[in-house]
Design a protein. Sequence first.
Length: 210
Amino acid sequence: MDINYRKYEFLDRFNVSRETYHLLEHYQKLIIEKNKEINLISRKNNYDFKERHIADCAQAIDFIDLNEKTCTDLGSGAGLPGLVLAILLKGKKISITMNLFEKSHRKSDFLREVIEKFELDVHVFEKDVFKEKNLISGSVVARAFKPLPIILELVKKNFQHYSNLVVFMGKNGKQLIKDSIKEWEFEYKKNRSLTSKNSFLINIKNIKKK
């Protein structure tokens, strides 16, 4: 497959290998093709897929706890960000198992297809994560999943152990944090999004109910 590597200049800061570029390009094509059959992503976003989805997901790697053995993606959908992170970790030869929770059967089948093709260290759980108990993970990531207060409740109640929670926040993110701290105590750091001036990522630890 011929690849125009200039398309991926926004990933230079992650020191991505040519093999990883190849996998990301292949992954994009698989999503766009499958999107003709099932609703994986908004079809109007195909034109800027690499920035809107690949680069956006990739920036979460700055918050992943690399000392843990697992990472969990809540409501993975098309594998964004879980599969993007798994591809990056594979390219860096970092051994972390990515756990994807996706209750849709058709989306889960797609995820398993990509995992098999790319030989990724990823497990798909075709389950409603809200019904699971005593979950164990390193980092937990959530992108386009649920509002922050609901995610905090889920992680606190359903995870027996986690190292940190990484949430992608949109233009209402600051207000959601203000609303959340009325009921919750937690430590957090923010990273401004590389792909949107109105978005940021939040890295949360030590969640406690007030």
